[in-house]
Design a protein around this ligand. Structure first.
Ligand SMILES: [Zn+2]
Length: 231
């Protein structure tokens, strides 16, 4: 799918189709909507997906850079223009690099492309300091005793992690989070602990997941299809 060449209207039509297929964020719902993969455990709470068929069917790559200048492909347009850099380490020192490609679940791809394009057109990309990971197969909070993270299915993305850590009051510009929410993402920055609106113990301001927080109220999704005839 060449998302880069699609208009906002064409992307929006794809998003409208996918909105109803979003899972809620529990394992059973994610398996039903995004496919179940085989995996083995790996160190530090990560997992390795040992299921090339699942990956080939479900994970798509989106481009971030204008290769045109370097490779003389003059018509090349990236899917995600103006993409933020990712922190890394180079020669033992902290550095930043813009990754050339981002991998995500095909269900989420059009929503990510359109949300990011709006952020870019609104000139808000500098408010998103860093891109901190998307398809990272692992347990929640890298803790092997917790369920698999939504990131394992390529259905969640982290931005500006340094100033939007788990359990802290989010600092992300709300114009950015509202654009992502408009196109169907749930923002972890809204999550609160038991003590109410000022209890940020469960807030995850860096985290956006393409999940429907109200899915449980609407009925189960099976094999990626919303069963509207079920209660
Ligand atoms: Zn996350």
């Amino acid at each position: 799918m060449d998302y880069a060449k699609m208009t906002i209207e064409e992307l929006a039509a794809l998003v409208r189709k996918n909105l109803a297929l979003r899972p809620s964020s529990d394992t059973a719902s994610l398996n039903a909507a995004c496919g179940r993969f085989k995996y083995r455990s790996a160190p530090n709470g990560t997992i390795v997906i040992t299921d090339p068929e699942w990956t080939a069917k479900n994970i798509v790559s989106l481009t971030t850079q204008e290769y045109g200048r370097r490779n003389a492909l003059k018509d090349f347009l990236p899917d995600l223009a103006g993409w933020p850099p990712t922190p890394t380490v180079r020669n033992g020192k902290p550095a930043f690099v813009t990754v050339p490609k981002v991998w995500c679940h095909r269900l989420m791809a059009p929503a990510l492309v359109i949300a990011w394009r709006i952020v870019y057109l609104e000139n808000l990309q500098s408010k998103v300091a860093t891109f901190d990971g998307l398809w990272v197969p692992r347990h929640q909070l890298f803790n092997p005793s917790r369920p698999l993270s939504v990131h394992s299915w390529g259905m969640a993305i982290d931005f500006a992690a340094r100033t939007n850590g788990f359990g802290a009051k989010p600092q992300l510009d709300e114009r950015v989070s509202r654009i992502f929410e408009f196109y169907g993402f749930a923002w972890g920055g809204r999550w609160r602990g038991r003590k109410g609106k000022d209890d940020y113990s469960l807030a995850d301001g860096m985290h956006f997941e393409y999940c429907d927080p109200l899915e449980y109220a609407r009925g189960p999704i099976q094999d990626g299809v919303l069963k509207k005839d079920r209660p």
